[in-house]
Design a protein around this ligand. Structure first.
Ligand code: ZN
Length: 265
């Protein structure tokens, strides 16, 4: 079997274990079915996810010109506290920003290696948690816009990490924690404006990833420097493909790369 197309982040659904799909233009792959098979990846060229041109990818699957001009890549995407649409103030495209920012957002705790705090749109739960490789997660507040979620995250960051240790996540060096207790401890630090949105009774969500063997040590595959790789797929966690020899490949951070994927045996 041979596929060719531009990488975009894997789509997911929870059916006992998470199911992973790579969507091509005319086709899709269910990665779960490729576990224990030998596959190859071959980097062919770039293709910006916005303009479609063969230009070097800068960030988030976009070329530099797109990344620095389109509303989907404004600073408020990574830093929700910079959101301004609730004040009717434009960053790059007010209509787009209103649609994206003025909708329910959740501040959550996710445990993928250590507990971290994060922000996402309500509609992105549990997708966001799966993408981070969290084996457990819980909502803290659900607020009406991105700005409120952002300032809550900033306040909580002083007391809990906002980063994932991806090496620990991929070697399964993880702890099972009581996130309801962690949430309770953080409650006092929620800013005044967001306090009324505290979710006291939501339960922890547990997520099971399809991994048959965790590596002891991981090395990240850089397909731009080493355009060809082949190996036996042992599992998928977060947005990472995990191979038998400890190689891991982050599909999401390689968005915009056109690759050839072959199933060898
Ligand atoms: Zn572009």
């Amino acid at each position: 079997m041979r596929y060719e197309g531009v990488l975009t982040k894997m789509r997911t659904e929870i059916v006992d274990e998470v199911q992973y799909y790579l969507i091509w233009e005319k086709d899709f792959i269910n990665f779960n079915q490729l576990i224990d098979k030998k596959i190859s990846l071959n980097f062919l060229r770039y293709q910006c996810l916005n303009c479609g041109l063969e230009k070097k990818i800068y960030r988030q699957g976009f070329c530099f010109d797109c990344f620095t001009s389109i509303p989907q890549a404004g600073d408020w995407v990574i830093k929700p506290e910079l959101s301004r649409a609730h004040l009717d103030e434009e960053d790059r495209d007010l209509e787009y920003e209103k649609k994206a920012q003025l909708q329910p957002h959740v501040v959550y705790l996710a445990n993928s290696s250590d507990v971290k705090v994060g922000v996402t749109r309500r509609s992105q739960i549990p997708t966001r948690w799966i993408d981070q490789g969290a084996h457990e997660a819980i909502e803290i507040v659900e607020v009406p816009n991105r700005y409120l979620a952002g300032i809550t995250e900033v306040a909580l960051k002083d007391h809990v990490s906002d980063k994932t240790n991806w090496r620990k996540m991929l070697t399964n060096d993880i702890l099972d924690l009581n996130l309801e207790e962690e949430r309770e401890k953080l409650k006092q630090y929620i800013p005044e404006e967001a306090r009324e949105y505290y979710l006291a009774s939501n339960k922890e969500t547990e997520i099971k990833f399809p991994v048959r063997k965790f590596p002891e040590k991981v090395k990240s595959l850089n397909l731009i420097k080493n355009p060809y790789y082949e190996g036996i797929l042992k599992g998928i966690k977060g947005q990472y493909l995990i191979f038998d020899d400890g190689t891991v490949f982050n599909v999401r951070s390689n968005e915009g790369l056109v690759v050839e994927l072959k199933v060898l045996v």
